[in-house]
Design a protein. Structure first.
Length: 182
């Protein structure tokens, strides 16, 4: 039979200086907190549209109708309450020297945004003219975002319709359809 001797030594002065609560805390788990921060940067509100578009051909007294190409609003402002309105306007369309019969007035140009072809983010995205067949005289509200949160985007492919006057002369007419967002 083996006998095991255990020696213990008590340090009375150290124990008597500690309270019971601090003795328990000293033997428990330790924690250290770090206040941590980071910054989210914000981007811009922007709009893009095709640099050019050929709408096709027509004849005096007829109508030229075609889609313009994809227009996209990108809202990278990361706002808690985001909203924006995209608008479209037009210039006159001119051929040759721009004489009286070489101008198609802006009032002859109509626009329909149609539905969104793509969208992202949170918010209510509403087309200005939900049906591509329901064109409206310019200037118009093309698309709108309300109740947005954070970053978002919307794209659409608007239909452009030009009523060609009976007195219009042969030529290639050039004008500018401008999209803006605010």
């Amino acid at each position: 039979m083996k006998v095991l001797y255990v020696r213990t030594m008590f340090v009375t002065t150290a124990i008597s200086a500690l309270t019971v609560g601090s003795l328990i805390a000293a033997t428990g788990a330790q924690a250290a907190g770090t206040t941590t921060t980071f910054t989210l940067g914000s981007g811009a509100l922007s709009i893009s549209a095709p640099a050019s578009a050929a709408l096709g051909a027509g004849s005096p007294g007829g109508t030229v109708t075609n889609q313009l190409g994809t227009v996209t609003v990108t809202d990278a402002r990361a706002l808690l309450t985001a909203s924006w309105t995209a608008s479209a306007s037009t210039s006159t369309f001119v051929t040759g020297a721009g004489g009286p019969d070489e101008i198609i007035p802006a009032s002859a140009v109509t626009y329909a945004s149609g539905p969104a072809t793509a969208s992202s983010g949170v918010g209510v995205m509403t087309p200005g003219q939900p049906l591509a067949t329901a064109t409206t005289a310019l200037p118009v509200t093309a698309f709108r975002l309300t109740l947005g949160v954070g970053n978002n985007s919307a794209s659409w492919d608007p239909t452009i319709q030009i009523a060609v006057p009976n007195a219009a002369v042969t030529g290639t007419y050039t004008g500018t359809i401008t999209h803006s967002v605010a």
